[in-house]
Design a protein around this ligand. Structure first.
Ligand code: FPP
Length: 241
C-alpha cells in the first residue's frame, strides 16, 4: 500500500447513493433491471476497497420509500435481486468478516426477504471488519417519523420525561442508533440531491457528487475520493483555533 494512502486521514463512515443503473442499462439498449444487476456486482468491489482507506462503515442506499412508485416489473425485479444477492453473498460477506445491518421499514417488505435479512444480520453479528449497512425501504423522513412515534410511546408510558428530550435523545430511536454519523456521502450519476437519505445523520457530512453511473463506479474512483477527502477542512460550525 502506498504511503500517501496509509498516512491520509480518511472518512470513517462513507454513505453512498448508488444512482444511475437505469440510465446505464438504457444506454446499452437493455431493460433497467440489467443495470440494477450490474450495480449489485459493484457493491462487493467497494466493500473490499474500504479497509485500504481506513473506512470502517459503509452505508448504501438500495431501495427508498419512494422507489415503490416505479413500475411493478421493476419493483418485483429489485426485490428478487435483493433476495438473490443476500442468498448468494451471505457466506462471502461472513468469510470476509463484514458485519451486515439493514435500515429502513421492514413492514412493507415480503416475509421471505425479511427472514433472509434477519438471517444475514445474525450470521454476521460477530464479524469485526467492515460494517456494511444496506438501506432497504429506507427514507430519512420515514425514519424520523418512526423514531418519533417510539419516543412518544416512551413518554406516554412514563419511560421518558419530555424535559430530557434533546439532540442526543432522538438519534437513539433512529434505525442507525449504533452507527456513527457519515463523514462523507457520495452520489453517483451527476444528480446533486440527497433524496431523503440519512437526513438527520448527514447534518455535517461532506458531499461528493460524481458523474459516473453506479455500474461504472470502480474501486479506483472510490479510492481517489477517499484521498481527496483527507484534504477537506471540517469545522462543524466552529472556526479554526
Ligand atoms: C438507482 O438507480 C438505483 C436503485 C434505485 C437501486 C439500487 C440498487 C442496486 C445498486 C443494486 C442492488 C444493491 C444491493 C445491495 C444488492 P436508478 O434506477 O434510479 O437509475 P436512473 O436514475 O439512471 O434511472
Amino acid at each position: 500500500m502506498a504511503d500517501d494512502i496509509r498516512s491520509h486521514k480518511g472518512p470513517r463512515h462513507v454513505a453512498i447513493i448508488m444512482d444511475g443503473n437505469g440510465r446505464w442499462a438504457t444506454q446499452r439498449g437493455r431493460p433497467r433491471l440489467f443495470g440494477h444487476h450490474a450495480g449489485a456486482r459493484r457493491v462487493r468491489e467497494i466493500v473490499e476497497a474500504c479497509p485500504d482507506y481506513g473506512v470502517e462503515y459503509l452505508t448504501i442506499f438500495a431501495f427508498s420509500t419512494e422507489n415503490w412508485k416505479r413500475t411493478q416489473v421493476e419493483v418485483a425485479g429489485l426485490m428478487s435481486l435483493f433476495r438473490r444477492y443476500i442468498t448468494k453473498e451471505a457466506r462471502a460477506l461472513r468469510d470476509e468478516n463484514v458485519q451486515v445491518r439493514f435500515i429502513g421499514d421492514r413492514v412493507r417488505l415480503d416475509a421471505k426477504l425479511v427472514s433472509l435479512m434477519d438471517e444475514l444480520e445474525l450470521m454476521t453479528a460477530h464479524c469485526t471488519g467492515i460494517n456494511l449497512t444496506i438501506a432497504l425501504n429506507y427514507g430519512g423522513r420515514d425514519e424520523v417519523a418512526r423514531a418519533t412515534k417510539r419516543l412518544a410511546q416512551d413518554v406516554a408510558d412514563g419511560r421518558l420525561n419530555p424535559r430530557d428530550v434533546n439532540e442526543e435523545t432522538l438519534p437513539k430511536y433512529l434505525d442507525t442508533c449504533v452507527l456513527p454519523d457519515p463523514d462523507l456521502v457520495i452520489r453517483t450519476s451527476g444528480e446533486a440531491r440527497i433524496s431523503n437519505f440519512l437526513l438527520w445523520q448527514s447534518a455535517y457530512s461532506e458531499y461528493e457528487f460524481v458523474d459516473t453511473l453506479w455500474p461504472d463506479f470502480t474501486a479506483g474512483e472510490f479510492g481517489r475520493l477517499m484521498l481527496s477527502y483527507g484534504a477537506r477542512d471540517r469545522r462543524f460550525g466552529a472556526v479554526k483555533a
